[in-house]
Design a protein around this ligand. Structure first.
Ligand code: FES
Length: 102
């Protein structure tokens, strides 16, 4: 799901690139963020609340919360909403299905 035409804004879409989300090959575009590319590919659940496992998606989209943290190319806790997508990136979800002891 991507905006194709807008009455006011214009989009300069970059080249099509491949990336991997939890091992699955997906298509994105140079110049968009990881979160935007995931969202466009139908990924809406970015993490879970630790106690009740409620789904968390993009919240602020400006790098000020922690709803979109994922492991990117082996680096944990990357804010995907402000990190540009690159060809061949390997993105893994975090905090999904994690149990905490109380
Ligand atoms: S959605 Fe808030 S930091 Fe990414």
């Amino acid at each position: 799901m991507r905006i194709q035409n807008h009455p006011i804004l214009s989009f300069n879409r970059g080249n099509q690139i491949k990336f991997y989300y939890n091992g699955k090959e997906l298509i994105g575009y140079e110049g968009e963020t990881i979160a935007a590319a995931l969202y466009a590919n139908g990924v809406f659940k970015f993490s879970e609340s630790k106690k009740l496992h409620r789904p968390r998606g993009i919240f602020c989209a400006i790098g000020h919360c922690s709803s979109c943290l994922m492991t990117v190319d082996g680096v944990p806790n990357v804010r995907t909403c402000i990190t540009p997508l690159k060809d061949g990136m390997r993105i893994e979800s975090e905090n999904i299905g994690v149990e905490i002891n109380e």
